[in-house]
Design a protein around this ligand. Structure first.
Ligand code: ATP
Ligand code: ATP
Ligand code: MG
Ligand code: MG
Lengths: 259, 259
């Protein structure tokens, strides 16, 4: 299965919410996804696991090239334990830029870690939660991934972030010498707002088939579930938020985006 | 008047919305605030002004120590032109970390720039919009400011960001050898949600008098106004969002937080 980087440098658009709940939707089908938290704020890690020391986190991939397998911890997903595995983040990740530079050694660290881990066992779906910054960490996330999923919340500034990202991905394609397949997904969509529909139309025009048909609605359940340290399926499997993420998974599977 | 850094490393909590609309609320009173956009995503700049070249942006403060006065551009606020001035951002800001390091030369650049500008004219209120990252840029913003305003949206992950920031500010106080006065303000508050009230109670318990009594409601107007490249007063002065930001300004003025 594919490795997906979930990224948009605009803050608060639903990157963590999307990585968490897509992984949980897969866990419901008996697959055991791997989640990597590359955000120094460690929000995904907060929701899924007790705090990890820097040496047991994704930081150790960069600082001491620890094997990724040694950093995994089993986590509950969709109410089943264990439903998946997590490489947790740590605040030290914020220093990766200045400690290790932006060269290929840093940029390919996660990719090498995942390749090593895969050789030791069966490949599985990987979701990489990137923080809201275009820096060496999120680039390492994109370099490690097969494809990129870009959550875009239905507001003006998030669209700006997505358009800026489009330029970034084009620049990366020169370096990677391959096309970076991507899908944009509208999140926090409140159908009562006129602007949300205008934004949807703008994105459809700009990104065409790369914009997912599934939209994730703005719902109380999706806002609350991190508060209870759970994914949306464990929190309320019958909720609108759970149905939306299930539908998004269906759409991505049907499009072969997770192969 | 005071210099305020608007900061919370959590993304999407309303930093840009708060910097923009507080400045506009001041402009309505005939004061001409200065806005500094320190976010490489340049969202505040997008809303207020045409794109600037790197040499004419805040990046030039760091790269060639240009005087801040040379980087100002007049901008319309609250429907009045000019209502204020803006030092725009540029994507190059994201390289400040790796190009200029994290030493005092970089950390005090903005402060020196503002001090120089103030010597040339009357001091005025300054709002510094920081990006969603704890790095040398936002630290430079906090070093340049007299006080810090921390928007916290009514959700679990934003509270985590605020608690983490509390630790950061404590560490900074050692370096600055002074207390960093701060106020937390609840944003995107949807009173229909139980969780919002739980979050408000958590913050009141934790931050006491440092939590503003004024809460900024989640409203369509505040989500839409950036789309029309306007602050909330120019967009709809009678709206709930405009009343909330006016009330926030009142409260901050009464508390002497802008002196
Ligand atoms: N569809 C939704 N409905 C309601 N609330 C949502 C939805 N998606 C996300 N949220 C809430 O919005 C906030 C921001 O989402 P999230 O933290 O996932 O964004 P992010 O892009 O990962 O942020 P950051 O840029 O800080 O990494 C969260 O508190 C989350 O609970
Ligand atoms: N009170 C509010 N009501 C409705 N929408 C809001 C409110 N405050 C902010 N928003 C919307 O939420 C989005 C995020 O707000 P904003 O960009 O100001 O946050 P930020 O903290 O500056 O984000 P970043 O971390 O990317 O800098 C914006 O598109 C804005 O329109
Ligand atoms: Mg996140
Ligand atoms: Mg902002």
């Amino acid at each position: 299965m594919a490795r997906l980087a979930v990224f948009n440098q605009k803050g608060g658009v639903g990157k963590t919410t999307t990585a968490l709940n897509l992984a949980a939707a897969l866990a419901r089908r008996g697959l055991r996804p791997l989640l990597v938290d590359l955000d120094a704020q460690a929000h995904l890690s907060h929701v899924l696991a007790p705090a990890a020391a820097a040496a047991d986190s994704a930081f150790a991939l960069f600082s001491e090239a620890r094997p990724l397998g040694a950093l995994l911890r089993p986590v509950a997903l969709a109410g089943a334990a264990p439903g998946g595995d997590l490489v947790p983040a740590h605040a030290e990740l914020m220093k990766v830029d200045s400690l290790f530079g932006r060269g290929p050694r840093t940029l390919y660290r996660l990719r090498d870690g995942l390749d090593g881990h895969e050789r030791a066992g069966a490949p599985r779906a990987v979701f990489i939660d990137c923080g809201p910054l275009l820096g060496v960490l999120s680039l390492a996330g994109v370099f490690a991934a097969d494809r990129v999923l870009v959550p875009v919340s239905a507001d003006f500034l998030a669209v700006q972030g997505a358009l800026a990202l489009e330029d970034t991905l084009k620049a990366l394609e020169h370096v990677l010498k391959r096309r970076v397949e991507r899908r944009y997904v509208l999140t926090r969509f409140d159908a009562r707002r006129r602007m949300a529909h205008e934004i949807a139309a703008t994105l459809a025009e700009r990104f065409g088939p790369e914009l997912c048909a599934t939209r994730i609605a703005e719902t109380v359940g999706l806002a609350e579930s991190p508060f209870h340290r759970r994914d949306i399926f464990a929190h309320d499997a019958a909720s609108r938020g759970a149905r939306d993420y299930e539908a998004l998974l269906e759409e991505l599977l049907a499009a072969g985006f997770l192969e």
